[in-house]
Design a protein around this ligand. Structure first.
Ligand code: AP5
Length: 216
């Protein structure tokens, strides 16, 4: 089965990025991670400098900036068969903007990952990523080889927002700004909740089972 328009919702560390990568390969569509897109931007204009300050603080980048970044990305031809949106939308205004951007094509479904708070802290504090190609690892669950990234050999680094105080802020922001989207997408008949506390492979089996293509 190829082609799919998916949104992944879930708190920091719930495995959105990990599962988005697997889903994107499975369905032959691009993974669009707003966190990755925003972190890769330079801070050389007042707007992009403001975005980088939000990333460092664990607060949300303003809707108008993020919607602009996503609109630009969705306009590229590789999204014609679909996409996996990882970390967008994160507010009700972003969800409304997405509905407008997609028009009649709409979404197939929205998957909400749930993970207990202590597991989230364990996952985020052990996460390391390659400083060059950004491949993600976990010190305990998914370690890289001893001398660096398995793919390119570069040094692994800890994300600046994976420090305990910033993790706490990101969880608070998720509860206040993003959780309302669970009600929003459930009302639209698009939401399925996936308990995401097992291994990566077992969560992927449950995730695939939860994917519901929209009637075409
Ligand atoms: P973003 O980069 O999207 O971060 P996040 O939502 O906080 O999510 P994470 O990347 O931390 O976690 P994840 O759920 O993807 O889990 P992962 O698979 O990596 O956003 C960062 C910032 O950008 C935001 O704070 C905000 O400032 C800004 N931003 C982004 N989007 C925005 C938007 N739409 N609006 C406004 N601002 C926005 O897994 C985590 C770790 O656990 C990894 O080490 C992984 O290997 C491990 N792991 C994954 N699954 C499992 C498993 N099943 N078992 C064991 N370990 C696992």
């Amino acid at each position: 089965m190829l082609g799919m328009r998916l949104v992944l919702l879930g708190p920091p560390g719930s495995g959105k990025g990990t599962q988005a990568d697997l889903l994107a390969r499975k369905f032959g569509v691009p993974q669009i991670s707003t966190g990755v897109l925003l972190r890769s931007q330079s801070a050389d204009t007042p707007l992009s400098a403001a975005a980088q300050r939000h990333l460092a603080a664990g607060t949300l980048v303003p809707d108008e900036i993020v919607v602009g970044v996503v609109a630009e990305r969705l306009a590229r031809p590789d999204t014609a068969a679909g996409f996996v949106l990882d970390g967008f939308p994160r507010t009700v205004p972003q969800a409304e903007a997405l509905t407008e951007l997609l028009g009649s094509a709409g979404l197939d479904c929205v998957l909400e990952f749930t993970v207990p708070p202590d597991e989230i802290v364990r996952r985020l504090s052990g996460r390391r990523e390659c400083g060059a190609c950004r491949r993600s690892y976990h010190l305990e669950f998914n370690p890289a080889r001893a001398d660096g990234c398995d793919d390119c050999g570069s040094e692994l680094v800890q994300r600046a927002d994976d420090q305990p105080a910033t993790i706490a802020e990101r969880l608070k922001v998720y509860a206040s700004e993003t959780l309302p989207l669970v009600v929003y997408f459930r009302a639209a008949g698009l939401l399925t909740t996936v308990p995401a506390n097992g291994s990566v492979d077992s969560v992927f089996v449950q995730t695939l089972a939860a994917v519901r293509p929209a009637p075409r």
